[in-house]
Ligand binder design. Structure first.
Ligand code: HEC
Length: 136
């Protein structure tokens, strides 16, 4: 029994650690890349995600939890979709998930990656133009 307990004490932190998805996984699944780099700017005009590099971790945490920018602008009260997704979706992220996202955007994300993602916009949005017969 004592052995089992000490095994669990050793194994638990490892299991918990493994449960935190990578920042890259979160960035793509929660929609940061989609809104900021894969959507026609006429539909959603979001700035390139290299902007996160200008944020400190505590400013980024506040952005994710409340939709308030580094400069103190409350995006939800201005009717901005970023404010709504922060308040209604990202506020549910755990502190570890927010930290993983921050690490990804400040250490691994580059302007070039953003440009690569934006090359997809004409492919996706031309399709909807053809189907509907008008510009999205
Ligand atoms: C539903 C679309 C959408 C999603 C999803 C989204 N964003 Fe945004 N984001 C926007 C828009 C639009 C703006 C510009 C809003 C404004 O300036 O009022 C913005 C602005 C920002 C800003 C700039 C704030 C400033 O300082 O002016 C940062 C940083 C940011 N988003 C990070 C993220 C991150 C990180 C994620 C993923 C966790 C994310 N966004 C997901 C649409 C989105």
């Amino acid at each position: 029994m004592k052995r089992l307990v000490s095994f669990l004490m050793l194994a638990l932190p490892v299991t918990l650690h493994a449960a935190i998805p990578s920042g890259e996984h979160l960035a793509y699944t929660v929609g940061c890349i989609n809104c900021h780099h894969q959507t026609d700017k006429h539909i959603i005009n979001a700035p390139p995600l290299v902007i996160v590099k200008a944020y400190s971790i505590s400013e980024f945490r506040r952005l994710m939890k409340t939709g308030v920018t580094k400069a103190g602008r409350d995006m939800a009260s201005q009717g901005s979709v970023m404010g709504f997704v922060a308040k209604e979706q990202f506020s549910h992220l755990t502190d570890a998930e927010v930290a993983a996202l921050y690490d990804y955007f400040t250490r691994e994300w580059t302007a070039e990656k953003g440009v690569e993602e934006e090359k997809k916009i004409p492919l996706y949005f031309r399709q909807s133009e053809d189907k509907n017969g008008h510009q999205p």
